[in-house]
Design a protein. Structure first.
Length: 242
């Protein structure tokens, strides 16, 4: 008799335990279901800024009868360019050697075939001018110092500190995303609640035209067209729906 009572009590306890688990699980499932009502949108923010600096490439290139003579002449010309840059106020940290090369120059004719006509030595610099308004005069100084051996290229306006524009672009992206989410929620007869997640899809993208240096109408100075630089941020935001 005692054994029967024990088995009966154990069975009731097991049933009660299962019922307790189910009772606790219902609110949890209800909470989980509530969070499944959400809307996900992409927001894009773009801010335009005027670049405040200029980056350009200067190359000295000289042909001589021997490779050592060509390298020596190019080194001398490069030193003159480097001195001109420093005299113009360009810091050492803003002058970077991009390449140094020496190679033979060939000429081919039907009578003689291929033969070496000389050796070309080149040295290139990437230069950052931190004050855009001075870029034209600095380019002129480089050409004057290097003479006929200097070639210029890759003149690109840049923004030195885009962090402020980046923050503005992020704010614009959030505003854009929130406006989209609220619009969709209204069409669905509800409203947006708290933010569940936010992801910046990529690092801020900086885009701008690539103007080149050009001579002014009076041919007395070099002008740099800075244009505008667009700073773009793209985000994906998930909002809970009320």
């Amino acid at each position: 008799m005692k054994a029967t009572n024990i088995r009966t009590i154990a069975s009731l306890f097991a049933v009660a335990s299962v019922a307790g688990v189910i009772a606790l699980a219902i609110p949890a499932n209800s909470a989980e279901t509530a969070t499944t009502r959400y809307i996900t949108v992409t927001g894009v923010g773009t801010v335009s800024v005027v670049p405040d600096a200029v980056r350009f490439n200067a190359t000295v290139s000289i042909i001589s009868a021997t490779n050592s003579a060509a390298l020596s002449a190019a080194t001398k010309s490069a030193a003159a360019v480097r001195t001109a840059l420093k005299t113009a106020g360009i810091a050492v940290k803003d002058i970077r050697s991009a390449s140094i090369s020496v190679y033979p120059e060939y000429n081919w004719t039907q009578e003689t075939g291929t033969r070496i006509t000389g050796y070309r030595a080149s040295q290139s610099f990437d230069v950052l001018v931190r004050t855009a308004s001075k870029a034209g005069s600095i380019i002129e100084a480089v050409v004057t110092a290097g003479g006929e051996s200097v070639q210029l290229g890759g003149v690109i306006p840049v923004t030195l500190n885009p962090s402020v524009a980046t923050e503005d672009a992020r704010a614009a992206a959030v505003t854009n995303a929130k406006s989209k989410a609220a619009s969709y929620a209204k069409l669905l007869g509800t409203s947006i609640g708290k933010v569940l997640s936010l992801e910046e899809q990529s690092s801020p993208v900086y885009s701008s035209p690539f103007p080149m240096a050009k001579a002014s109408a009076d041919a007395e100075s070099v002008e740099i067209d800075l244009g505008e630089q667009d700073v773009t941020v793209t985000i994906t935001v998930k909002w809970a729906l009320n």
